[in-house]
Design a protein around this ligand. Structure first.
Ligand code: MCN
Ligand code: CUN
Length: 777
């Protein structure tokens, strides 16, 4: 089925936040810090206030008067909305101007005079814990260093024991550099505080409207019914739109102060500089095995750079995704991981970008480690994986760190990917090409994800658990409306969720309207991220449709004057067992349910139901990827020649949409592996403020993807579906990097960090790999 939403998107009729225009609306702009670390001596706003078109200038002092100078982050830290004492990263919000138009607001920013006293910044996470490192968060009481947290998982003693006795121990340091989701639409909001009713309406770019409303309610002390969060069409989120940014809060305060609606729309540089980044994981990985390649244990130490505020948006304080799957898809005896988080003078964040709470880092780590082990053992990396993959009869599989992989048939999926890629022939071709002095590489990666946050034992945001609601109402004529707590940013929910109802009730998907992204119109729930919409709200949708079907059965039994037990369902109708002609369609039943028909005692009229789904487990999609590259030995230029991706996300609701999700994620993976990085110079200057510097892949760098699929239903999901929205972003970087390093094998290169730009590849071949996260000097 084609996407229902495309009728408006392809004609340019989507409604994005910047399309919202209200009578009397004013425009806001944010003044940002030019320094990574500096003391604020004074802020003089008088000249800006005197600008004829300026209506208000808001500083941290204004906010302090409203008790809003600091806001809580989703991970229990506090973040300055507008800096008062110090600025802690370049691009940090310092003041907010509200003016009659966007140009005047921007002009007036230049009139604000801030006196800064530069301080030494902490740019390199590896130096953040040095004795003499400047303390970034001196706003936190008693804080004398830049340490945020230590988390660990697994059995350290048992793991150490296995390592001590192992025949082979392979070690590799690797960096997953800082990257940014860079959605096509930047962030923004239009806030409208009605001075008469006291109701605040915020049109905003959020993946989680209800979570945002709850945060506003908690911080501002307003009741939920006085806050309406509307997330209209969204031009891509990729995790960038999970958290709350100071600009959103400023537009709200701007509206309160001026009594008018205030719009704030970020520009591209602001988005790249100051909103939630991803990764920045310095990983030390170790893998223990036998001489013939049976993997025994994995041990990892991570240093996580969280920037100036711990703004991690994830349903646990610890890096849940990393801890869930860093042992990969392999049958091992023991595992241990520890993660230390530190503050640096960089933009806050720490998770988002199709990551499932750091599963991306975990998969990259384990899939690189396995390849390095193959290199050390001189084994074929595909064979090494095949030898160690979990077997189908091991599911449900209890991982060594306490997670239950729900279902899988890994060897079948890897075999399919190798066959589709013609793996054996590729290896023969490679041997010939190597003899001819050419560089060709074949990279294999296998991944398991844990998505669908989540079960109470693992997950919780704001103390709210992670259950999501769905409401379904069938109108008298048999058309229906489905209301959801999740919010699409391009994933096609208006189509796929209608398809779920259609399948369960036999109503055409075109007759089912999916409503989302408006807290006044939808049930409570935690929103779209971590590929949780299908695992959680997809389940809620199936359950609510089944409830409606049962209600319809009672109504049909009254219409047909038979006992409900004598009725049988076929798609779209209930009929009398053994008498298929005596039946009532769901449309007839809907009309009757709304009419004066005598319903049995205790049965309410109309046809609707609600469901709050609290998932018993996460879902564990998986896949096998094969990437083929040609590398130019003279220039270091990498060409991705072929890419085969076999994904298993259980039952597919809409195969075309799933393939679209996979295509997008594969492009993401090529981008991260070969070109994307947020680098900084030693003063903490951000070097990726535009798409001239922060490179995104285009169709020029992407091959024509070749996809395959296997279907292993999730046993606990009502329709057997698993999430897929992040799978390819998670699985593909390792495949590309493994391919490039495979190409460089003749040079004896064991590892080089992403992004593998021509310079990085060429230098690695010369035996001089360099760091990609700091300016190249
Ligand atoms: N689907 C399906 N069958 C399955 C699984 C999924 O048909 N077995 C469909 C779903 O119904 C949905 C889509 O595929 O229409 C993605 O579903 P799901 O895996 O549940 O992921 P979410 O809908 O929760 O989307 C979130 C996920 C995340 S976390 C990021 S980041 C990401 C991604 O989706 N951001 C995206 N894909 C994106 N795609 C677009 N276009 N834009 C983004 O910002
Ligand atoms: Cu991690 S990015 Mo998606 O979960 O919104």
């Amino acid at each position: 089925m084609h996407r229902k939403e495309d009728a408006r998107f392809l004609r340019g009729h989507g409604t994005y936040v910047d399309d919202v225009t209200l009578p009397g609306m004013l425009h806001g702009a944010v003044l940002r810090s030019p320094y990574a670390h500096a003391k604020i001596v004074s802020i003089d706003t008088s000249a800006a206030e005197a600008h004829p078109k300026v209506r208000a200038v808001i500083t941290g002092e204004t906010l302090a008067g409203l008790n809003l100078a600091w806001m809580p982050t989703l991970s229990g830290d506090v973040q300055a909305v507008l800096a008062t004492d110090k600025v802690r990263f370049q691009g940090q919000e310092v003041a907010f101007v509200v003016a009659e138009d966007r140009y005047s607001a921007r002009d007036a920013l230049e009139l604000i005079d801030v006196d800064y006293e530069a301080l030494e910044p902490v740019v390199d996470a590896r130096k953040a814990l040095d004795e003499d490192a400047p303390v970034i968060r001196d706003d936190l009481e008693g804080r004398t260093d830049n340490h945020i947290f230590d988390w660990e998982t697994g059995d350290a003693a048992r793991t150490d024991e296995v390592f001590a006795n192992a025949e082979v121990v392979t070690t590799q340091d690797m960096l997953y550099p800082r990257v940014h989701p860079a959605p096509l639409e930047t962030c923004g909001s239009v806030a409208d505080m009605d001075p008469i009713t006291g109701k605040l309406t915020i049109w905003t770019t959020t993946q989680a409207p209800h979570a945002h409303r709850t945060l506003y309610a908690l911080v501002a002390g307003l009741p939920e019914h006085k806050i309406r969060v509307i997330s209209p069409d969204i031009g891509g989120g990729f995790g960038n739109k999970v958290g709350i940014y100071p600009g959103y809060v400023c537009s709200v305060v701007g509206s309160i102060v001026t009594g008018k609606p205030v719009k704030w729309i970020e520009d591209r540089s602001e988005n790249l500089m100051s909103t939630s980044f991803a990764r920045d994981y310095h990983m030390h990985g170790e893998i223990a095995s036998t001489k013939d390649g049976k993997i025994l244990a994995i041990r990892v130490k991570v240093l996580a750079d969280h920037g100036a505020f711990n703004g991690t948006a994830q349903p646990t304080k610890y890096p849940a995704g990393f801890f869930g799957v860093f042992t990969g898809s392999y049958d091992i005896e023991a595992a241990h991981a520890s993660v230390t988080g530190v503050y640096t003078n960089k933009a806050p964040g720490g998770v988002a970008y199709a990551c499932s709470f750091r599963i991306t880092e975990a998969v990259y780590l384990v899939e690189r480690l396995v390849d390095v082990l193959a290199y050390d053992l001189d084994m074929d990396p595909a064979q090494l994986r095949m030898k160690n993959l979990l077997k189908p009869d091991q599911f449900p599989y209890q991982s060594k760190t306490g997670w239950e992989y729900d279902s899988g048939d890994y060897p079948r999926t890897l075999r399919m990917a190798l066959d589709l890629a013609h793996y054996d022939e590729l290896r023969m071709e490679q041997a010939k090409r190597r003899d001819a002095g050419e560089l060709m590489g074949i990279g294999v990666a296998f991944f398991t994800e844990a998505v669908g946050a989540g079960p109470r034992k693992h997950m919780d945001i704001l103390g709210l658990g992670m259950a999501d609601g769905a409401e379904l109402r069938v109108h008298p004529t048999g058309k229906a409306v489905l209301r959801l707590s999740v919010q699409s940013q391009g994933q096609g929910h208006e189509t796929t969720f209608a398809q779920i109802v259609a399948e369960e009730l036999g109503i055409s998907p075109d007759d089912i309207d999916v409503v989302h992204g408006d807290t006044d119109q939808t049930p409570f729930g935690l929103g779209t991220y971590g590929s949780r919409s299908t695992p959680v709200s997809g389940a809620a949708t199936a359950v609510v449709a089944r409830k409606v079907r049962e209600r319809a059965k009672i109504v049909a039994s009254a219409m047909l004057e038979v006992s409900p037990d004598d009725l049988e369902w076929e798609k779209g109708r209930w009929f009398v067992k053994g008498d298929p002609a005596a039946g009532k369609s769901i449309q007839d039943i809907a009309m009757a349910a709304h009419s004066s028909l005598e319903l049995p005692e205790g049965v309410e009229g109309q046809l609707d139901a609600t469901c709050v789904y609290n998932p018993p487990n996460l879902t564990y999609p998986f896949g096998a990827y094969v990437c083929v590259v040609d590398v130019d030995a003279e220039t270091g230029q990498v060409k991705v020649r072929d890419f085969v991706a076999v994904d298993d996300c259980g039952v597919r609701i809409n195969p075309m949409i799933v393939e679209g999700q996979v295509h997008g994620g594969l492009a993401d993976g090529v981008g991260m592996a070969l070109m994307q990085v947020m680098a900084f110079d030693e003063d903490g200057n951000h070097l990726g403020g535009s798409f001239m510097d922060y490179l995104l892949p285009t169709s020029m760098e992407c091959p024509s993807w070749r996809l395959g699929e296997t279907v292993t239903p999730s046993p606990h999901h009502p329709i057997g579906a698993k999430g897929v929205g992040e799978s390819a972003t998670v699985g593909s970087p390792a495949a590309v990097v493994n391919a490039v390093l495979d190409a460089l094998k003749p040079y004896g290169v064991r590892h080089a960090d992403m992004p593998l730009t021509p310079a990085a590849v060429w230098s690695a071949a010369q035996g001089r790999p360099f760091r990609t996260d700091l300016a190249i000097t």
